[in-house]
Write a protein that binds this ligand. Structure first.
Ligand SMILES: N=CN[C@@H](CCC(=O)O)C(=O)O
Ligand SMILES: [Zn+2]
Length: 396
């Protein structure tokens, strides 16, 4: 079954040549893209769909979310807007609400959040555990997440739970908790920050998880300067996320990880979180100029970033972080795919590439109620996502 989508006013492919086509068309065959080019040259297909001049671009790849939670933290947000600063300890409030939720309720919450994300144009999404923080509840979070989203990350090392000894808790994370989540997860992450885990504890968790076969990610340099970014590069993490407080050495370490054709460590920027926590934005331009690969992600979670709107993140990256629209869209698509090592079909398991529009890649596409992707920043906050195709199927 093939579908011709024609009359696409502007098609930002984000392919290897950064191709942008006018008056374009695409053919989707099953879950893959089988043809892209000028509408006037499009081949016949089983069905045709008129995009009515809309702009098309890859579906968003949201490479950093925390969707498995119950409750909210409105009071903490209000206090922060009144001047209080963010601290890792707030996570404990969500841990208690999440543990108290029934399995079906928690599953329904995650599914509803995915529906919201897809409505905003997201077609590939990672989420993390990290609000269970004991063996039973981390395993439950991992299992629920694996039934709903594309990629699951074990974040047992999110916070040392209240009343626990930190070193003993790290032993638990590296041992029985890791064993319990392993069937459900592809990645492991650690919150390496003052108030969460020290660089030494973080390294211990990352090394144990790598030995168990998991890919690595790090929450680093969010609240102040520190060793998280360099640790991430050293252990070969696919991504270091937040990166608000980077030294020149940190920037060089991230950029250096991409030298010599290696798949390095992506610097993942989370601008919605930075607004909510009033942190300085990451030095995105400096990172790009140094040769780093950037991702943009929503970091949807109840503490620091209660939004899954990738369009909002792209608009903020353009309006506040100095990225061009093309750079911001690339970071929110290809960048996320690189951060999840899904940017090429060879990355893992021969799974289809996501994050860019090219023949053979997964047919993940969004059509905007606008003539160009520039409108994402030009009309920030507007509901521009009109149609979404995920793996060749229309989901909006
Ligand atoms: N920084 C660590 N973890 C989350 C926040 C979690 C929370 O506060 O509930 C983040 O990425 O911002
Ligand atoms: Zn996070």
């Amino acid at each position: 079954m093939s579908l011709l989508i024609t009359n696409i006013g502007e098609l930002m492919t984000q392919d290897a040549d950064a191709t942008v086509l006018r008056d374009a068309a695409m053919v989707l065959e099953g879950e893959r893209i089988s043809w892209i080019g000028a509408a006037a040259e499009a081949p016949a297909a089983d069905e045709a769909h008129d995009a009515e001049g809309r702009a098309g671009l890859p579906g968003w790849v949201d490479s950093h979310t925390h969707l498995v939670f119950a409750g909210d933290r409105t009071a903490e947000f209000e206090a922060r807007m009144a001047g209080q600063s963010y601290a890792a300890g707030g996570i404990q409030v969500t841990v208690e609400a999440t543990r108290a939720a029934g399995d079906d309720d928690l599953d329904a919450l995650v599914r509803a959040r995915l529906v919201e994300a897809v409505a905003g144009g997201t077609t590939y999404l990672e989420t993390k555990t990290g609000y269970g923080l004991d063996v039973e509840h981390e395993a439950r979070s991992a299992r629920i997440a694996a039934g709903v989203v594309d990629e699951v990350t074990f974040l047992g090392a999110h916070l040392v739970p209240a009343g626990r000894d930190a070193e003993e808790y790290v032993d638990l994370v590296c041992g029985p908790m890791l064993d319990a989540v392993l069937p459900h997860v592809r990645w492991a992450d650690v919150f390496c920050e003052t108030g969460a885990f020290t660089p030494e504890q973080s390294r211990r968790v990352l090394e144990a998880c790598a030995a168990a076969g998991l890919g690595l990610r790090v929450h680093g340099n969010q609240l102040g300067p520190g060793a998280g970014t360099r640790l991430a590069v050293e252990v070969g993490a696919a991504s270091v996320d937040h990166v608000n407080h980077l030294s020149d050495e940190d920037v060089d370490a991230i950029a250096g990880s991409w030298s010599g054709g290696h798949h390095g460590t992506v610097a993942t920027c989370l601008p919605a979180c930075d607004l909510s926590t009033r942190q300085p934005f990451p030095p995105a331009r400096r990172l790009l100029e140094a040769g780093a690969e950037l991702a943009l992600a929503s970091n949807c979670n109840p503490g620091t970033s209660y939004t899954s709107s990738m369009g909002f993140c792209v608009a903020t990256a353009v309006l506040q972080m100095g990225l061009t629209v093309h750079e911001a869209v690339r970071a929110a698509t290809v960048g996320g795919a690189l951060a999840l090592r899904r940017a090429t079909g060879e990355d893992v398991d021969g799974a289809r590439a996501v994050g860019s529009l090219a023949v053979g890649h997964r047919a993940d596409l969004q059509l905007l109620d606008a003539p160009s992707a520039t409108h994402l920043a030009y009309r920030p906050g507007m509901p521009l996502v009109r149609e979404v195709f995920r793996a060749g199927t229309r989901v909006r």
